[in-house]
Design a protein around this ligand. Structure first.
Ligand code: GLN
Length: 296
């Protein structure tokens, strides 16, 4: 089926539902029924449907790109964060004590805080520069209202950061790391921007300008961690339904990668109980079912 026709069909068939993330006040005001879908093929062409050009808060989708930037330097970050699914909510504290301040994986909040700390001061600006280049959209920026709103309600993330600091697993002051992390989560991008920016993972590490961010193994590893950990305590269900590496955020965005073919981004702010977009997962389920494109 032709891709433009396919994305239009999926947009027409999904029923957005669920509730917006209420714990970040600026996100609680967004219409839970909004929907956008974009598929970027390896040559950079984008096929979109719905509100695929409307910017939204990327939130935890940013964690894929900070991990990729850290791994582009070397593998050192793996001494500070694991790569096992947590089976726990994204903002859970419980495993940090039994695992001596080493988060289970880089895609739960604790792990992402460590990756941001690992990138060091200016992490969010580095991320922003990378996302502008990869998406081809120099207008991408941080939504200051979302950042301020989240920072004002970040007791849980502060607790995670300070707890890890107590085990010596932060290099920078805990509150500085949380501020940087909140800025990174508050970046606004559209589905089209994110689909293009994710293409390096479909191209086995090669960026849109033909240079390499990651080696073939590096890209494989980021995709593997997305598959096993990208949707938190619903990663098993996501693999079962979608069969692709994917990463969600509480802004309602989900990115997914079909290695060797395309990158996908879907956005719908209504979330399920685990913080994953209801219509986003549904759309990806339909996409892989209709195309037969999955990693299995
Ligand atoms: N910024 C959000 C938080 O730290 C990101 C969580 C998410 O998208 N799952 O709570």
């Amino acid at each position: 089926m032709e891709l433009q026709h396919l994305v239009g069909r999926i947009a027409a068939e999904v029923t957005p539902g669920g509730a917006v993330a209420g714990y970040i006040p600026a996100l609680a005001r967004i219409d839970p029924h909004a929907f956008g879908l974009a598929v970027a093929t390896l040559d950079g062409e984008v096929f979109g449907a719905g509100e695929h050009e409307r910017p939204f808060s990327v939130q935890s989708v940013s964690k894929v790109f900070t991990l990729a930037l850290a791994l582009a330097e070397n593998d050192d970050v793996w001494t500070r964060v694991g790569r096992e699914p947590s089976g726990s909510p994204f903002n859970s504290l419980v495993q940090l004590e039994t695992e001596q301040g080493i988060p289970r994986n880089p895609f739960i909040n604790a792990g992402a805080l460590v990756v941001t700390d690992h990138l060091g001061p200016g992490a969010a600006d580095r991320l922003l520069a990378f996302l502008r280049e990869e998406s081809g959209n120099p207008a991408i920026g941080v939504d200051p209202e979302v950042a301020e709103s989240e920072l004002g309600h970040s007791d849980r993330n502060r607790a995670l950061a300070h707890f890890m600091a107590s085990y010596g697993n932060l290099r920078n002051p805990a509150d500085t790391v949380v501020r940087e992390y909140v800025r990174q989560c508050s970046i606004e991008m559209s589905c089209a921007d994110l689909a293009r920016a994710t293409l390096f993972l479909a191209r086995h590490g090669v960026r849109n300008d033909g240079t390499r961010l990651l080696g073939v193994s590096g890209a494989k590893r980021v995709n593997a961690v997305m598959l096993t950990c990208g949707t938190y305590d619903a990663a098993g269900e996501f693999a079962y339904r979608v069969g692709l590496p994917g990463k969600s955020g509480v802004g309602g965005g989900v990115i997914a990668v079909v290695p060797g073919r395309c990158a996908i981004c879907v956005w719908s702010p209504g979330l399920d109980a685990r913080g994953n977009s209801v219509a986003g997962v549904d759309a990806l389920d339909r996409f892989t079912t209709l195309t037969g494109w999955s990693v299995f």
